[in-house]
Design a protein around this ligand. Sequence first.
Ligand code: DX5
Ligand code: ZN
Length: 215
Amino acid sequence: MVKIAPSILSADFAILGEEVRRVERSGADWVHVDVMDGQFVPNITIGPGVLRSIRPHTKLPLDVHLMIVRPESFVEAFAEAGADLITIHLEASTDVAETLLRIKGLGKGVGISINPATPFEKVRPYMDQVDLLLIMTVNPGFGGQPFIHDCLKKIEQAREHVDRHHLCADIEVDGGINSRTGKLAVQAGASVLAAGNALFGAPDMSKEIASWKRF
Ligand code: DX5
Ligand code: ZN
């Protein structure tokens, strides 16, 4: 069954603890945490201190998406603050293989992400080292952008690769996911849906998550 990872980028940051508890009560599988540095992306969000503050509010895995340059400098800090999965961007790291190893060495789930313009070919050499491939379906930086349909082909390529090589990596999609695009992504092979606006903006997050799990 597909896993649902609400992105707290769309939460009310003034009551983040309560928002994270609401995510868990609503039947989500992971909490998706978007970390932005104003360099890799044109926006700034949260750092390890905020992650540490939300950690006691949920038992769900914290799925930390690092949209920052030189993520190698920060993986220890996010691991120590309570991350369960740490995802770096292929485009942002000067030594991808070494950084993935370092995340593994910290005992955390290892994730790698690619922007819409980056082809699957670039990430293929790392696929047997990761627990998660995060395929961006918008250009990262902001919630509420429209899903880029061209990315569906990349999801299919990733699913074909994972199945053909009997890998157990999850394929997560992130950006513009709603009840329509989420279904398309799952049909293309996604196993995890990260979504901000469509879940936090829904009248009832539980109902929305329950219906997405039937995709
Ligand atoms: C985009 C972030 C996403 C974002 C998704 O840069 O990585 O996780 O929160 O938001 P929606 O679902 O609103 O596009
Ligand atoms: Zn994200």
